[in-house]
Design a protein around this ligand. Structure first.
Ligand SMILES: [Zn+2]
Length: 121
C-alpha cells in the first residue's frame, strides 16, 4: 500500500538521497582502508634486519607514500563527514561561502563539494 512512495522526488529529494548514499558509501570504504593501512605501515621497522638496504629504502618510500595517502584519506574523510553533517542540518548543496545553491552537475562530480564554482577559486 505504498503508492505515495515517490512524493518527495519533486524537489530533487530523490537525487539528493542518491548523493547522500554515495557519500556514505565512500566514507565506509575509506574507513575500511584506514584500518588496513594501520596494519601495514607498522611492520616496516621489523623488516629492517631481514631485507637489504635497497628494499629498506623501498619500504621507507612505500611507507612515506602510504602516509601521504593516509593524510589525503583523512582530509577526504573530514570532507565526507562534513558533507553528511550538512545533510542532517538540511544545508546540503548550499555554498559555505556565499550561501547560493551549488549546481547539481557539480555535486554529481563530487557530492562532498562545499563551495560553488565561483567561491572555490
Ligand atoms: Zn559560493
Amino acid at each position: 500500500m505504498n503508492i505515495e512512495k515517490k512524493s518527495s522526488s519533486e524537489n530533487g529529494g530523490e537525487s539528493n538521497r542518491d548523493l547522500q548514499a554515495r557519500l556514505q558509501k565512500e566514507l565506509a570504504e575509506l574507513e575500511s582502508l584506514r584500518d588496513d593501512a594501520q596494519g601495514w605501515t607498522a611492520p616496516v621497522e621489523l623488516d629492517q634486519q631481514s631485507v637489504g638496504r635497497v628494499s629498506r629504502i623501498d619500504a621507507l618510500q612505500m611507507q612515506a607514500m602510504s602516509q601521504s595517502m593516509q593524510r589525503r584519506r583523512e582530509i577526504r574523510l573530514a570532507q565526507l563527514g562534513m558533507a553528511l553533517k550538512r545533510f542532517e542540518d538540511g544545508e546540503f548543496g548550499i555554498c559555505l561561502e556565499c550561501g547560493e545553491p551549488i549546481l547539481a552537475a557539480r555535486l554529481n562530480i563530487d557530492p562532498a563539494f562545499a563551495r560553488c564554482v565561483r567561491c572555490e577559486k
